[in-house]
Write a protein that binds this ligand. Structure first.
Ligand code: ALA
Length: 903
């Protein structure tokens, strides 16, 4: 039975618009790392910031729950990645219909007997009352009172997804697998820890917007539901383990197949219990499915944010693979099955297959190394702790494992748990906190607007601002509302703004572009006679509302005043140059690097723009030069730029690239350049590419895993940038007294000259060194006595730039000076804040058993590093500068010890 189809058909028949799943990376929602529920893509509809295309929607949504990673494997029903079937109502039906639909679907479409169904509802608390309404509707639908259980916020209040947003009490439908699966306790019922009951469907009555501290009642009541496909499948197959259902069957089979030889033997020899074996299989099956979905939705492994989540599950899967005894790299073998199983429903997963496989392969290889090294260290630590009868691993050790070996702390925790040990919290959490803060650092703007959202929602109910800025840069219009922010950051409506006052003006119609789609808002003025308000920015806090922020410069403007609104059109022109250039850049990058390159964000300002794009190789300089050149050629072609509204279907047909904005509307705006670039975009553009003037890449940097950023400039800004470069060039040329055309040659000459001088200086220094050493050691140069010459260059400022090579040369000279008989040289220095040591031994010492390479190997640890080389010459490098002196001493004693033994 195809549950997905039955579900969508059912709700389609009941007037729901069927929309596709959004990606696992939430678009424009910085409050969450990954999509955790079907409602997430609809947050703006719940909050009434955007208007939904229909008041009833249904979807099958790909979800990922980071919070469940640690439960996966330990139960039969938890997974990280899963599909959620959901029906949504935005100010349309509420509790009664939501309950009726859900029960009708379960009883009559899924044919589940009613006596298998148990219900939970919210029991109420200090903030929110008991949900008597739901109880009533369930009872009216035929569920007896004794099968309706009441729970608190923990179980029966849902959301928000992230730290703020829509939420509300919920009512869950649980399925009873039967007493034989139960724990037998008297208290056994829905939400019991045993396997008897399983929650299959959650109906959330979204009535509140949680702002981080308070639950604010939403203007409209909404419905958000979620049914886990995997769990429903388990119910339909009468199989309490989701891992035994058709959704996992082939994946699990592949895991078993791969682990058969080795694991079979391992199990036979009792080195892994059945329960550990099954746990590992479940973990690998779940995580592999999640890995390929995450990658195909644009996540790549990294040490931050969602990249770290992916890295964590890849690593967890690999580790459990090793526990099963799988020795080879294995994830992609399971990946094959995942891709095959899901490519019909989610074609993206097979389109990205090669790329995913490469990424997983690299990551698996890298982690296998990490695992080897890190496990050794951790196991050693565990032994030490146990010997001392301790209970905790020091947070510093855990952090070192994380930092130096790339060993995820969750893995450390899990291994500790298996050994009945714990991680000492302390400092580790501090480090981790810093790390986590990094991955959610850009919320401020949303928060600022969030707090005062209701004022704009109220305004938007009364009227909608007409935007006429595509055709005009000025308009005669009327002030509809004025807003002021008090010193606590709260906004309120005011009747007027007088000279010197800061505030916001909302106009009936406006030519000002409100910041959106990565384009900054317009600036300009709003005036009436002598009264003048300077607009410093324009935002769209709620769909349909444009607010002009600024300061009153002259006179007094009042609500209802007729005014002229005038955009700073020079600034607007510069912005539009940059905006069209981002489209050209997107086109050129895709032409040069391939279609998998995709814009992932941009910000277009007056002077510069930045453009982030995903790319899976490091762009070479020559390729970027090509990109820049292609764009400038198009500028010189003076191609026509057309902006038009059309249906979504037509836009798709002509291949317009869709980014994030205007996703749901029936009509979309397409920006087309000649016949080579088409993008859905609501921004402001030049009329012909020639208007851009020139385009220049100012910087190109990496900003995340497989994510790079280009900063660019156009028009006079690009021209001025080039002029500044030219001025620098001409200054250098006049300082060097060389023609600009010969500068490169001249700089090469200077570099060579410096190098020669450095070499001369070095040989002089070596002479000084020898003198210094000869004085210090005062050996008889002609005698055969043992000469151990240990010298710490870091103690002499003049020798601070003696690197390994120069120390080697100096060592040769010293050996010569002392006639090279029975001579052992130990030279150390601090180079680039790191300790380095060079060892040299003459042949007669080698014959007596001195082996520089071996001594270096042993001494490496002393400076927190390593060393090696040949019997007569070896080098060491380390990380702990303070240990240089003691390492030199150690080496000296070692040599003496060897020579003593020989005697
Ligand atoms: N958003 C609700 C959930 O995820 C339906 O359970």
């Amino acid at each position: 039975m195809d549950i997905r189809k039955k579900f969508l058909d059912y709700f389609k028949k009941r007037d729901h618009l069927i929309l596709p799943s959004s990606g696992l990376i939430p678009e424009k929602d910085p409050s969450v790392l990954l999509t955790t529920a079907g409602m997430q893509q609809f947050k703006p509809f719940f909050l009434d910031i955007k208007k939904p295309p229909r008041s009833r929607i249904a979807t099958v949504q790909k979800c990922f729950r980071t919070s469940d990673i640690d439960s996966v494997g330990y139960t039969n029903r938890h997974c990280t990645f899963f599909e959620m079937l959901g029906n949504f109502s935005f100010g349309d039906y509420f509790k009664r219909e939501a309950i009726e639909y859900a029960l009708d679907f379960i009883l009559n479409i899924m044919s589940i007997p009613i006596d298998k169904i148990f219900i939970t509802v919210f029991k109420g608390d200090d903030d929110i009352p008991v949900d008597t309404e739901s109880i009533k509707y369930w009872e009216e639908s035929g569920i007896p009172e004794n099968r309706i259980y009441k729970f608190g916020k923990e179980e029966n209040f849902w959301g928000p997804a992230g730290e703020t947003g829509p939420c509300g009490p919920c009512s869950e439908i649980h399925y009873d697998f039967g007493e034989e699966y139960g724990c037998g306790k008297k208290t056994c019922g829905p939400n019991c820890d045993c396997e008897r009951f399983i929650e299959i469907w959650n109906l959330v009555f979204i009535e509140y917007d949680f702002d981080g501290s308070e639950y604010n009642v939403l203007p409209k009541k909404n419905i958000d539901t979620g049914m886990g496909l995997e769990r429903m499948e388990a119910v339909m197959e009468g199989e309490p383990s989701i891992f035994k259902t058709v959704l996992f069957k082939k994946i699990v089979e592949r895991v078993l197949e791969i682990s058969k030889d080795t694991a079979g033997r391992k199990r036979g020899s009792n080195s892994i219990s059945d329960s550990d074996f099954n746990k590992a299989v479940r973990i690998i099956a779940d995580h592999s499915r999640a890995i390929y979905f995450l990658i195909s939705d644009g996540v790549s492994p990294s040490n931050e944010g969602r990249g770290y989540v992916l890295r964590r599950i890849i690593r967890r899967a690999v580790r459990f693979g090793r526990q099963l005894g799988i020795k080879d790299y294995f994830l992609n073998k399971i990946g094959e099955v995942v891709v095959n199983e899901y490519s019909d429903i989610y074609p993206g997963i097979s389109e990205k297959k090669d790329f995913s496989f490469k990424l997983v392969d690299d990551e698996e290889k890298r982690f296998t190394e990490t695992l080897k090294e890190g496990s050794k260290v951790l196991i050693q630590k565990i032994k030490e702790i146990k010997k001392e009868r301790g209970m905790y691993l020091d947070s510093r050790d855990a952090f070192k494992l994380y930092d130096t070996y790339g060993f995820p702390v969750e893995l450390t925790r899990e291994i500790l748990k298996e050994n009945d040990l714990k991680l000492d919290k302390g400092k580790f959490d501090l480090h981790l906190k810093k790390h986590q803060e990094k991955s959610k650092n850009k919320k401020s703007f949303d928060k600022k607007i969030d707090k005062n959202l209701s004022i704009y929602q109220k305004i938007s109910k009364e009227s909608e601002v007409e935007f006429i800025g595509y055709q005009n840069t000025s308009a005669e219009t009327v002030i509809e509302n004025m807003v002021k922010t008090d010193k606590n950051g709260n906004k309120k409506l005011v009747p007027h703004l007088s000279k010197g006052e800061k505030g916001e003006i909302i106009l009936r119609k406006t030519p000002f572009y409100g910041e959106k789609g990565g384009q900054i808002g317009d600036k300009g003025i709003i005036k009436n006679g002598l009264a003048l308000f300077k607009v410093e920015g324009c935002l769209i806090p709620v769909e349909g509302i444009y607010t002009h922020e600024g300061v009153s410069k002259r006179g007094k403007l009042k609500k209802g005043d007729k005014v002229s609104a005038v955009v700073d059109h020079r600034r607007r022109k510069n912005i539009s140059r940059n905006h069209t250039a981002t489209h050209l850049l997107h086109w050129a990058l895709r032409s040069v690097f391939g279609k998998e390159v995709k814009q992932s964000g941009s910000f277009v300002d007056e002077d510069k723009f930045r453009f982030d794009y995903s790319i899976y190789s490091l762009p070479e300089k020559k390729d970027l030069e090509k990109v820049e050149q292609m764009i400038n050629e198009k500028i010189q072609n003076n191609d026509i730029v057309r902006c038009f509204e059309t249906t979504r279907e037509f836009a798709e047909e002509i291949g317009a690239i869709s980014l994030f904005d205007e996703k749901y509307g029936k009509f979309v705006r397409v920006v087309e350049i000649d016949n080579y670039s088409r993008e859905l975009c609501g921004g402001i553009h030049v009329k012909r590419t020639g208007d851009i003037g020139i385009f220049k890449i100012i910087a190109e940097t990496g900003v995340g895993a497989n994510l790079r950023r280009i900063e660019g400039a156009t028009g006079m800004y690009a021209y001025n940038y080039l002029r500044e470069k030219e001025a620098v060039l001409s200054e250098i040329s006049s300082k060097l007294e060389v023609d600009e055309g010969r500068l490169v040659e001249a700089v090469d000459g200077i570099k060579k000259e410096i190098q020669k001088k450095e070499e001369e200086l070095m040989s002089l220094k070596i002479k000084v060194v020898i003198k210094e050493i000869a004085d210090k050691f005062n050996y008889d140069t002609d005698s055969n006595e043992l000469k151990i010459i240990d010298f710490d260059f870091s103690k002499f400022k003049a020798f601070s730039n003696m690197d390994i090579k120069s120390m080697g040369n100096a060592g040769d000279e010293v050996k010569n000076y002392f006639k090279g008989k029975n001579t052992f040289v130990i030279f150390g220095n601090i180079v680039n804040q790191k300790p380095v040591i060079v060892l040299q031994a003459t042949d007669d010492l080698i014959k007596k058993g001195v082996d520089c390479s071996r001594i270096a190997g042993e001494a490496g640890k002393k400076i927190k590093g390593g060393g090696g080389g040949k019997t007569g010459y070896a080098q060491l490098g380390g990380s702990e500068p303070d240990s240089l002196g003691s390492a030199i001493k150690f080496i000296k004693n070692k040599a003496l010890e060897i020579l003593k033994k020989k005697k």
